[in-house]
Design a protein around this ligand. Sequence first.
Ligand code: MN
Length: 181
Amino acid sequence: MKLIKYKEKRDFENTPEPEPKEHKSGTKLHFSVQRHQASHLHYDLRLEMDGVLKSWAIPKGPSMNANVKRLAMQTEDHPYDYMLFEGEIPKGNYGAGTVEVWDKGTYTEPEAEKGKAEKALLHGLHKGHIQLLFKGKKLKGVFDLIHIKNKDEDRDNSWLLTKRDDEFAVTDPYNAEDHLD
Ligand code: MN
């Protein structure tokens, strides 16, 4: 079961987070970015894929500036119902702190033919280079999510998220904390 790690890390008697449940992807794929004020502030990217949310923790948050690479650590798959979760994870629980949705919308694979986006995304996930076309309120246009090959196994979950230089890219420094609204 894909959500076994998610389940192992949590006690659902003590956290308001959704219980593990698999989901069938619709024709449109959804994404969200959650601002997670845990022991360290970070942003969590959630991508609807393969019945779950493929997830990455981005310490500095995403950037709309195409010259900036942001470290994105792949974390355990989350249930689809986590997409719009907001709330307080109580002290003593995994990820204790405040979760709020920072951005949400639909996304696709920019080069995939109609109806084949999910397949292309999964292929990208396996080969270590996912192309993403976001249609969010804050994240717009194409991004690359690239796995960093690393001999140190502990860091095998490291990826880099970079905005591609398209019409939505900005040239000024971009800090997600300046876009909380
Ligand atoms: Mn998190």
